[in-house]
Design a protein around this ligand. Structure first.
Ligand code: HEC
Ligand code: HEC
Length: 421
């Protein structure tokens, strides 16, 4: 039996938080078609062995189901993906967890927000003043960078013409990619239709990135969830347990302090005492730390802080946290209830074998020393309340997500390279 008082309370909390029914703007069909081809085409990687969809597969809610991603040299998709080995026989892993790409509402990109949209066409990005003009969203700016990363897509010196370029030669990498693309007749046509009025000599990787962003936004618009339906007025869309969980989320459990707004993020930075694992992002003497936001700002006060992740489709896009330290949503939420205790009691047995080797408990003391108490405030919940909270989070999953792969995976791409392997 539905409880009208509970719904009233939840509606009030949602109103107070400014949550409203959202629609994603409709994208231009020709842009989406080009973006879809690019997203699934391994031609964007130096060695022609990795596409965006390798790590953002629609089979796994546009993430990859792995704690840490595997880039060029790896084989297989999603959880069946295996990593290449380095000279010492260690697996080569990307330092961070691959998020989903439903990000069109955000003005920051990456776990450390090294891409920021300041409005008015102003962006911060790893390319500094080399960033080309004409980009129109953080999502499009983001798409300029996976292709420049050696371990993700570009490869090592000696392997291909893009990998032979210096790391800071962004223009060289982007124009090398356009040479590859425009040598293929089908891409020339797709670009011409998506950008009528731009002659082929004026096309840059910016046009490719904008098309990729249009595709990512288009598939996000499939994002209607029980939560969206509820916000739009269909109060039967969420179970009573999920509504109780929602009340906790916005009120007693304090989750919406950070996971606020329609995208469930304040786009601000917090050290939530998440255990570190993986090769690190070059922080510390041996480079084994991931300092998070500090890598983008060089401000030690930002050490171990990560951008609050959005939570739409969160139940479908695990493992969770910036390094995939948690392989169950329940484990991740238990950590959120008491971050410091979560770090101290962390059980690395949950990790896949190769990743287990990279757990770094020796980093715990440094993480705790940097913690700001307001960022790790916990909340005590009964087991029933925890289950309610999980029901709420499950209600954020797009209803048609299970069909995403069928709907958006092309049967072939213009380069003729395999779409899946
Ligand atoms: C080798 C795996 C891999 C490949 C290939 C890859 N990504 Fe990612 N992607 C990741 C990882 C890991 C992150 C998080 C990195 C970070 O935050 O430092 C990420 C982050 C992102 C984000 C930001 C999400 C957020 O929450 O801010 C978007 C969007 C994205 N990728 C899109 C793409 C596109 C588009 C391509 C192809 C041009 C691509 N990715 C290729 C692994 C990959
Ligand atoms: C002080 C800000 C803050 C509060 C309060 C907070 N979170 Fe978070 N949350 C974050 C940040 C930052 C991360 C990423 C931490 C990391 O990866 O190092 C995160 C990660 C998560 C994740 C993993 C998401 C993913 O995609 O990997 C979930 C789930 C989550 N939070 C749920 C909750 C719930 C439920 C609550 C309330 C009990 C809560 N959070 C309270 C800031 C916060």
């Amino acid at each position: 039996v539905p409880d009208p008082d509970l719904d009233d309370e939840f509606q009030m909390l949602l109103n107070a938080s400014g949550v409203e029914a959202t629609t994603i703007p409709v994208q231009d069909a020709a842009m989406v078609r080009l973006g879809q081809a690019l997203f699934f085409d391994k031609i964007l990687s130096g060695n022609r062995d990795v596409s965006c969809a390798t790590c953002h597969t629609p089979l796994a809610a546009t993430a990859d189901g792995l704690s840490l991603s595997v880039g060029t040299g790896g084989r297989g998709v999603a959880q069946a993906r295996s990593a290449p080995m380095d000279a010492d026989g260690e697996p080569i892993l990307i330092p961070r967890n691959a998020p989903d790409v439903f990000r069109s509402q955000l003005s920051t990109m990456f776990w450390d927000a090294r891409v920021v949209d300041h409005g008015g066409g102003e962006f911060t990005s790893p390319a500094g003043d080399q960033l080309l003009a004409g980009l129109d969203s953080a999502l499009a700016v983001q798409a300029m960078f996976p292709v420049t990363s050696r371990d993700e897509m570009r490869g090592q010196v000696g392997e291909n013409e893009l990998a032979d370029l210096e790391d800071d030669n962004f223009h060289g990498i982007w124009s090398g990619l356009m040479d590859r693309l425009l040598a293929i007749e089908e891409y020339s046509q797709l670009f011409a239709v998506a950008f009528p009025g731009t002659d082929s000599k004026s096309l840059t990787f910016v046009h490719a990135a904008r098309a990729i962003a249009a595709f990512e936004t288009d598939i996000e618009s499939l994002s209607s969830s029980p939560f969206d339906a509820y916000v739009a007025g269909d109060i039967a869309a969420l179970s009573e347990s999920a509504v109780r969980g929602g009340v906790l989320f916005y009120d007693a459990a304090g989750c919406a302090r950070c996971h606020s707004g329609n995208a469930f993020t304040d786009e601000a930075f917090h050290n939530r005492a998440v255990p570190q694992l993986g090769p690190g992002k070059g922080g510390g003497i041996d480079g084994s730390f991931d300092f998070g936001r500090e890598h983008a700002t060089e401000d030690p006060l930002d050490r171990f802080k990560f951008r609050t992740p959005p939570l739409r489709n969160v139940a479908a896009s695990g493992p969770w946290m910036h390094d995939g330290a948690y392989t169950s949503l329940e484990g991740a939420v238990r950590h959120c209830m008491d971050p410091v205790e979560g770090l101290l009691a962390y059980d690395s047995e949950q990790l896949a074998d190769l990743v287990k080797l990279t757990i770094r408990p020796e980093h715990d003391a440094a993480i705790l020393a940097a913690v700001d108490q307001t960022d790790v405030q916990g909340v005590q919940l009964t087991e029933e309340e925890l289950q309610d909270l999980l029901m709420f989070l499950n209600g954020l999953t797009t209803r048609s997500l299970g069909e995403l792969s069928l709907r958006v995976t092309p049967s072939s791409v213009p380069s003729g390279l395999a779409v899946s392997d």
